[in-house]
Design a protein around this ligand. Structure first.
Ligand code: SAT
Ligand code: MN
Length: 595
């Protein structure tokens, strides 16, 4: 086998994996357009790709109904001790997990091609970037990785003979017997799916799923779970955050990083069109931020990704026009509906519902159908460079200086539209106690409230108690150069179950208040939970919102917050001795402020 690869470690790994998985052939990806097109041709022939007449170079895929989202229950952090993975992660010891998975990997690529995908998270060659090599038997993964990461033969050149990379092994777990017809979306049953991380060796093993973060291993597995461990070791932050640049009418720029759980509107906020005159928003990233302290002592952030893997349902010209324009061509759609004229459709798209469509399961659909046409976690994969408001500095190797950090989630009750932390430690407390109603981004029940600290519950690769401490330590290093921390909730509802805040472009009003706080130009009122805007604080010019709504939105009900305390205490108790003293102190002070 001569693959013309100079890196010895990589050669050895490819040999090892091919002997284990026994593919029919091996293909080394180069990331070219021709390669993308060839792969798409193959997928049209054998892999269920449906070319869309209405969108150039765009394709629709339908996944197996059992393989439609991340599988948190089947995601493992495999460290030598359970304690290291911590109470928020599933743990299995490396020896046991590897034994099971080696059994599954044995012969798992029979009848298939093994693709070797060299990719960079972050611009190729940038000192902040990390190199990964994904081995996968899924051509769907190859084309998605082309969009979501920088796949290139230049990555192999950069590796040279001794360069380091993060090995990411992926198989859909569906070997083909000789002459066996392939499934449209081959994958393994749920109890055979494993999304495994071995942070002590910077190693990722994924088996049995072809969907999203389970299979595109540069994203959640590398850029969050493994990177969070590296970040702690090396003194930086790998976070589940969008990054945006906001420019005020005077031309002053503010950079904002915001953490919300999956499917809570990060993509919408990242490319928002402000409804307030003169303000401009540019997108730097919509899902992941790598943040390091720069030479000037400030926190600088890059987006390690190259594309958007966004939730389709609900995306429209009124909710996210810039995303809609990003999706005009060169897009992969997964689990959207197909219209009779050859376009995709999903619930919440502009215009009338189609009178007939094919739903995500391939069945006839009409507006009378009881089922959704698109799966609630249907996704688009689109190049970031196509976004009309992509910031010109989005690939700057040194990143952008972060002024504001936002935490939040989906809370229909209790939590007001916005409040500011009193200081860094209080901000870390807000991140650590962030709670959100669950969404379709994970397989499991939707709509129940869970603590999702820093929106990282499914993505932190080590003990989250230590992660809290790492955040506190970073505050110490940043000192008075630390970004200011805020908490938002766009999702508060009234007693009729209606959203109180219009959201989307009007969220710019909330961001404006934050910017003015930074500049010392907006007042705030002290409350037990933090600093809330003064009565006139949020610019409501041109917005038709009943005063009652605003009152309800901003309300801090002490009794409701007191009722949260036992839940916070229970949530904190799972971290035992790893819960930082400074967070215990924050909780004590919070209880004292509540009276
Ligand atoms: O993890 S995915 O990439 O499938 C999407 C998400 O949950 O944010
Ligand atoms: Mn995400």
């Amino acid at each position: 086998m001569n693959l013309n690869i100079k890196n010895e470690k990589l050669n050895r790994w490819i040999k090892e994996v091919s002997e284990l998985c026994q593919p029919d052939s091996i293909y080394i990806c180069n990331g070219s357009k021709e390669e993308y097109n060839q792969m798409i041709e193959l997928l049209i022939k054998n892999g269920g790709a449906i070319p869309l007449k209405k969108r150039p170079n765009s394709y629709l895929f339908r996944s197996d109904p059992s393989d439609v989202a991340r599988v948190e229950d089947r995601t493992f952090i495999s460290t030598s001790s359970k304690e290291e993975a911590g109470p928020t992660n599933n743990w299995l010891g490396p020896a046991e997990l590897k034994k099971t998975m080696l059994g599954l990997y044995k012969g798992c690529m029979k009848g298939r091609t093994m693709y070797v995908i060299p990719f960079s998270m972050g611009p190729i060659g940038s000192p902040i970037s990390k190199i990964g090599i994904e081995i996968s038997d899924s051509p769907y993964v190859v084309v998605n990785m082309h969009i979501m990461t920088r796949v290139s033969s230049r990555v192999l050149e950069l590796l040279g003979e001794n360069g380091e990379f993060i090995p990411c092994l992926h198989s859909i777990g569906a070997p083909l017997a000789h002459g066996q017809k392939d499934a449209q979306w081959p994958c393994a049953p749920i109890d055979k799916k494993y999304i495994s991380h071995f942070p002590e060796e910077n190693l990722i093993w994924s088996y049995g799923s072809g969907y999203g973060g389970n299979a595109l291993l540069g994203k959640k597995c590398l850029a969050l779970r493994i990177a969070s461990v590296m970040a702690r070791r090396e003194g930086w932050l790998a976070e589940h955050m969008l990054i945006l640049r906001l420019t005020n009418p005077e031309g002053r720029q503010y950079h904002i990083a915001a953490a919300f759980p999956s499917a809570c509107g990060k993509t919408n906020l990242a490319m928002m069109m402000p409804s307030i005159p003169g303000w401009k928003c540019e997108c730097i990233g919509d899902d992941i931020a790598w943040m390091k302290i720069g030479a000037d002592g400030r926190l600088y952030s890059i987006n390690p990704e190259n594309g958007f893997f966004g939730v389709a349902p609900g995306t429209s010209y009124s909710t996210n026009p810039m995303a809609m324009d990003t999706l005009k061509g060169n897009v992969i759609f997964t689990n959207c509906a197909l219209t009779d004229d050859g376009d995709v459709w999903w619930e919440g798209m502009d215009g009338d519902e189609p009178v007939h469509a094919i739903d995500w399961k391939g069945r006839d659909w009409t507006p009378e159908s009881v089922h959704e046409a698109a799966h609630p976690n249907a996704r688009f994969t689109a190049p970031a460079s196509q976004c009309p408001v992509i910031c010109k500095d989005w690939e700057k190797p040194e990143g952008v200086p972060i002024d504001i950090i936002i935490f939040g989630g989906r809370r229909s009750e209790v939590v007001p539209l916005v409040y500011e932390a009193y200081n860094w430690d209080h901000g870390v407390f807000l991140g650590a106690t962030a709670a959100s109603e669950t969404t379709a981004a994970n397989i499991g029940a939707v709509g129940f409230l869970r603590y999702d600290p820093f929106a990282m519950k499914p993505f932190c690769g080590y003990n989250m108690g230590d992660y809290f401490q790492h955040w506190l330590d970073m505050g110490g290093k940043l000192g008075n150069k630390a970004p200011r921390i805020f908490y938002v909730n766009w999702f508060r509802k009234n007693s009729d179950g209606k959203f109180l805040w219009p959201g989307f472009s009007d969220n710019s009003r909330v961001l404006k208040w934050m910017c003015q706080r930074i500049d010392g130009k907006a007042g705030a009122q002290e409350t037990p939970i933090g600093l809330v805007p003064d009565k006139e604080g949020i610019d409501l010019n041109g917005l038709d919102i009943p005063p009652d709504n605003m009152r309800e939105l901003m309300m801090v009900n002490t009794d409701e917050w007191k009722a949260e305390i036992p839940n916070i205490e229970k949530h904190f108790s799972i971290f035992g001795s790893r819960l930082p003293e400074r967070l215990k102190l924050q909780l004590k002070e919070f209880i004292r402020r509540l009276g």
